[in-house]
Design a protein around this ligand. Structure first.
Ligand code: NAP
Length: 646
């Protein structure tokens, strides 16, 4: 299997290439995810027996893959044997009985594969993701895009995607990237232990699957994946590297944007797509003494390439997702790790966090028709929206201090049990590490060895925020002082200063910073905002996922919407589209109302999702399936439009 498989458009709808190697297949099915295999069996044979007991798997508990489906061993053996026969028959030329289920048929099959009732509203989104229904791919009429151009800012996950989809639509564009390579956050964040905590088979573009080496790809592999995608789509052709955008200004009379770069370039285009992410600009706390420290001191996103921590005393400030990955990765190499924790984090277990995927599973993904599709769909079900209903505040709930409803409270019990088991015999650590706020109130983390690291003699957890950096170490607000040779500021990102530090000016020269204020960005669908015609934002306000799932799914929704709108402009002779203020205001009202009923406004904790005024700026309050529907196509009625000026 190649590193990046054939693009969806070229692949068979089954996503697999035939292999007649019975022995390899028989070996591989021993490692199969059986709920996935049952769905495959039905598609290949059309035999409804596979839809009923004893072949109905149980549902996953938590984020578990549920590989054995809860089937007794004899049933497992029957499924595997039948799968070998059916797959070989397919490889010999027998077409699948149900090659592309959609609508009710797909929902029935999804419900089988995930072991619980799936609502009908998931059918369309899933059919497109699985390649069973064509994804709308609009392109301008021949010739109509002539002279229309777009500037994309950023060549990370979203900017690369925008470029791929603009190219597919035949829309002329250039991508400006401040770094010397693609990858954005995955290029920049090289700290030890860096990697995804969304399963890689889900955290991949829908059109570019990969044979991942581990279930949760580490940074180098994610970065390689993005480079491979860039190669395959020849993206470097349209990217200008080392080109940092400093300003973008709209000229209403000409219906064009002018973009300026740090190295003095000035480019113009009809539209601008920003793809600068929300986790891009490191947030360094204004601690006294930052300049006084005598050794290396740096933000987690600026990890020095040649830093050797062997025998060093390392102080880590922060306990977010970055620190959670750094500490287990460096403990043992460093002589001593001291963590300064302002607030503890909830962390969930995951059995396959470090597990290799292995040849058997790669064989199944490559040669068993529909296997990779169903495997991803099951992940999407478990990781995307499943937890969303449990994040709604129950106003009647009597334990509002510790959880937001009965299910959230049950989650609390599960994660508490896990934490106390991990720290068994260390009541001191339990007291320090157990959060008192509701689980999911801050971004939920996966335990990657964090609790095991806390137990080590050479790791110390200090539950005091940092007050000051001294010449030789770190001092907490309570006066606790620790010497250190290296200080890591794992203190997060400027998530609310969207588009910062670019000076974006729309109609009449108005700065987006003035319109939004320093930390209160709003946009219709998180994509488009009144006063800024022909400006489209990816990873904009209210579109980060707090409840789970893969951000790439959201990026695909946004880029599809933007390209749809651009095609409408081009074909319709429209020179400017500007979101109607009342449309944006209504959207923001719905967004804020939804958040007011959700967990991230709970007063028990701070999180990077909301600003100092308490308004949630970063996260999506809806399910992914809702956002998918909202962004399926762009409605011109939501915009003031102007005909092209000649
Ligand atoms: P973060 O979640 O914002 O965490 C920053 C940490 O620094 C918090 O623990 C914060 O404490 C602490 N902090 C800030 N100022 C402090 C001070 N003066 N003294 C002591 N502690 C201080 O940042 P992050 O860990 O870089 O993660 C940001 C986001 O990036 C994540 O939520 C996630 O979306 C993404 N990310 C993902 C992965 C992954 O996929 N595995 C890995 C890394 C990052 P408080 O909690 O008290 O504010």
């Amino acid at each position: 299997m190649t590193e990046v498989d054939a693009p969806r458009a070229l692949a068979d709808a089954s996503g697999a290439t035939p292999s007649r190697d019975r022995a390899a297949l028989a070996r591989a099915v021993e490692h199969a995810n059986l709920p996935t295999l049952v769905a495959v069996l039905f598609q290949l044979t059309g035999d409804r027996a596979w839809l009923a007991d004893p072949y109905r798997p149980t549902r996953s508990r938590g984020m578990d893959d549920n590989d054995d489906g809860g089937f007794p061993p004899p049933v497992q053996a029957r499924i595997r044997a039948a799968a070998v026969d059916a797959v070989l028959a397919w490889a010999d030329g027998r077409p699948p009985a149900v090659p592309a289920p959609t609508g009710d048929a797909l929902v029935e099959l999804m419900s089988l594969a995930v072991g619980e009732e799936v609502p009908a509203e998931y059918a369309e989104m899933t059919a497109e993701d699985m390649g069973f229904a064509p994804a709308p791919a609009r392109a301008p009429r021949t010739g109509s895009a002539t002279g229309f151009s777009v500037i994309v800012i950023g060549a990370g996950v979203s900017g690369m995607l925008a470029s791929i989809k603009l190219t597919e639509a035949g829309i002329d564009h250039v991508v400006l990237e401040k770094n010397d390579d693609v990858g954005g956050t995955w290029l920049e964040n090289r700290y030890p232990g860096a990697g995804v905590d969304t399963p890689s088979y889900l955290y991949s573009y829908s059109f570019a699957p990969r044979a991942w080496s581990t279930h949760f790809g580490k940074r180098d592999e994610v970065y390689r994946y993005l480079r491979d995608v860039a190669e395959r789509h020849d993206l470097r052709r349209v990217i200008r590297f080392g080109t940092e955008v400093t300003a973008a200004e709209y000229h209403a009379a000409r219906q064009r944007w002018t973009v300026r770069t740090a190295d003095g370039q000035e480019l113009t285009a009809n539209a601008v797509i920003t793809a600068t992410g929300q986790l891009n600009r490191p947030k360094v706390p204004a601690l006294p003494g930052l300049d006084a420290f005598r050794g290396p001191i740096f933000h987690s996103a600026h990890w020095p390439a040649d830093l050797d921590l062997t025998g060093k005393r390392v102080a880590i400030v922060g306990t977010g997702a970055s620190a959670m990955q750094i500490v287990p990765a460096i403990a043992g190499d460093a002589a001593q790790v001291t963590i300064f924790q302002r607030s503890p984090q909830w962390a969930a277990p995951n059995d396959v966090y470090f597990a290799p995927v292995g040849d058997a599973v790669h064989h199944l993904m490559a040669h068993v028709p529909f296997y990779s599709r169903w495997y991803r769909t099951r992940l999407a079900w478990n990781f995307n929206d499943r937890v969303h209903p449990s994040l709604q505040v129950d106003p009647e709930w009597e334990h509002a201090d510790r959880s937001v409803n009965a299910i959230n409270d049950a989650h609390r019990r599960v994660f508490t049990r896990y934490l106390t088991a991990q720290l068994e015999g260390r009541e001191d650590l339990v007291a320090k590490a157990l959060p008192d706020y509701p689980p999911f109130g801050k971004r939920m983390l996966l335990d990657n060895g964090w609790f095991a690291a806390l137990r080590r003699d050479d790791v110390e957890l200090i539950t005091e925020a940092v007050a000051e950096i001294t010449g030789t170490g770190v001092r907490s607000v309570a006066g606790t002082e620790r010497e250190a040779d290296v200080v890591v500021l794992a203190t997060g990102f400027e998530t609310h200063k969207l588009l910062h530090p670019i000076d974006v000016r729309g109609r009449d020269g108005r700065s987006i910073r003035e319109v939004w204020g320093p930390e209160d960005a709003t946009a219709h669908l998180g994509i488009t905002t009144a006063g800024f015609p022909n400006l489209f934002i990816t990873c904009g306000p209210g579109t980060v996922l707090g409840h789970g799932g893969s951000y790439i799914t959201i990026a695909e929704c946004q880029v599809r919407y933007i390209v749809d709108l651009l095609v409408s402009m081009i074909d319709g002779g429209i020179g400017a589209v500007e979101c109607r203020p009342e449309v944006e205001a209504a959207y923001v009202r719905r967004h804020d109302d939804a958040h007011a009923r959700m967990i991230w406004t709970h007063p028990g904790m701070d999180n990077w999702y909301r600003n100092d005024a308490g308004r949630v700026v970063s996260t999506l309050p809806w399910r992914i399936v809702d956002y998918w529907s909202m962004t399926r196509s762009a409605d011109l009625a939501d915009f003031r439009t102007e005909p092209v000026v000649r």
